[in-house]
Write a protein that binds this ligand. Structure first.
Ligand SMILES: [Zn+2]
Length: 420
């Protein structure tokens, strides 16, 4: 019999080199690139090795089924394999690898699910290439219109439709997919924690050894959005133009950044300018236009809206315009499912999060969804410093296995010996 920890570790080692940038140590796994293709092939091969039936939906998400989800909606686990630029190893892949290891754990324990069990690899969760996070789940639920999706462009001006063609797919098939969503009875996404709540002991110090704090149950996702700020200026010579005569778009960017920071502090939320585009982009040219992207999140919609309104009205005086690119209201995970998870994992803390996830998109669409978070000692995410100990990853598989056993069979997971 194969040890589940062995299969987890083997899969983790397989994935480690894929899309890793040698210089930064971070991952560059972007949708519909050759790296993405390799990751999708890896997932398909792992599913085939387990005899799971792999189907792709109209957004390109991969679903691997144990049992027939057309007879009755199934329980789905999994996450995504793509990354942000120079992302960490765990955000996404931990959920996919843990889901596959859970299938192994169930089989090792002799569990035969009474309802179909699915493992999903959502495509383009980070939105790193085309700017819309959770594109795969937004497309199948109809939240992201298919025409708009096809027209989205990456930094090189390549549209999603063109990227699909380059990946050997027909972009005309892209779109809302009710049949796929109908197959999902419940969705539980395991994910690395993207903050430090689990790593901090109640007294405020680090506690990385308490096994009861290795895994948390997600309760809700903060409201969050992305805004594009266009700041006008006037191109001119960096050496011969007097300071008094300049209209420097970069000065406007500084105002955006400062305003976002000070309103975030004042309102008790978070705001980030993490991406800018400068025109013409010459060292010796005064910028004629800057486009900046503002990401804002908080515990309430009111707080986030207040911040964005305050920033945009402040910078509007210099002629800047603010355009909303995406908005996700507060997502509350299915209360009954969360309660059930808490019954299965009574020691696991309950945790809200400021990060968006496909589980949130499905929950908003009415699919009962919930999440499990695995402790992250650094609390850092979207960076190579993101971390989780191997032991905690194994705790995550054990927790997910207990959850799936209960949800798929109704049997008491306490009586089963899948934990190790
Ligand atoms: Zn993620």
């Amino acid at each position: 019999m194969i040890e589940v920890t062995t299969t987890f570790d083997r899969m983790w080692a397989d994935l480690e080199p894929l899309g890793r940038d040698a210089a930064t140590g971070g991952y560059r796994r972007f949708a519909w690139t050759p790296t993405d293709h390799d990751l999708r092939e890896w997932f398909a091969a792992e599913c085939a090795a387990r005899g799971l039936d792999l189907v792709e939906d109209r957004a390109g998400n991969q679903w691997a089924w144990w049992g027939d989800p057309d007879t009755t909606p199934g329980v789905v686990i999994g996450s995504h394999l793509d990354s942000v630029p120079d992302g960490g190893a765990f955000d996404g892949p931990l959920g996919v690898v843990s889901a596959l290891a859970t299938v192994d754990a169930l089989r090792e324990a002799g569990v035969q699910p009474d309802v179909p069990l699915g493992v999903v690899n959502f495509v383009d969760e980070e939105g790193a290439r085309f700017g819309i996070a959770c594109a795969g789940s937004r497309i199948i639920t109809g939240v992201l219109d298919s025409d708009r999706a096809r027209a989205l462009t990456d930094a090189d001006g390549v549209s999603m439709a063109e990227a699909w063609r380059s990946a050997g797919r027909d972009p005309e098939t892209l779109g809302r997919d009710d049949e796929t969503v109908r197959r999902v009875g419940r969705f539980v996404e395991l994910h690395v924690e993207q903050g430090k709540a689990l790593a901090l002991a109640p007294d405020g110090g680090d506690d990385l050894t308490d096994p009861s704090r290795a895994v948390a149950i997600g309760t809700d996702i903060w409201p969050h959005g992305r805004w594009r700020v266009d700041i006008p200026g006037e191109a001119n010579h960096a050496g011969t133009t007097r300071i008094a005569d300049r209209r420097d778009a970069m000065i406007g960017l500084a105002d955006v950044i400062q305003a976002a920071r000070s309103y975030a502090v004042g309102l008790g939320c978070v705001a980030t300018v993490g991406k800018v585009d400068v025109v013409p982009g010459g060292v010796n040219a005064i910028p004629s236009h800057v486009t900046a992207w503002l990401d804002a999140r908080g515990s309430s919609e009111h707080v986030v809206r207040s911040l964005v309104e305050a920033v945009s009205s402040e910078v509007a005086r210099a002629g800047a315009t603010t355009t909303e690119e995406s908005w996700t209201p507060t997502t509350t995970f299915d209360a009954r499912l969360v309660e059930r998870l808490h019954g299965i994992l009574p020691e696991a803390p309950l945790l809200g999060t400021g990060a968006g996830h496909d589980a949130g998109i499905l929950a908003t669409h009415g699919v009962p969804s919930a999440m499990l978070f695995v402790r992250n000692p650094t609390g850092v995410s979207h960076s190579p410093s993101e971390s989780a100990s191997t032991e905690d990853c194994h705790h995550g598989v054990t927790a997910l296995t207990a959850v799936v056993t209960e949800l798929c069979t109704g049997k008491d997971p306490e009586s089963m010996s899948v934990a190790r």
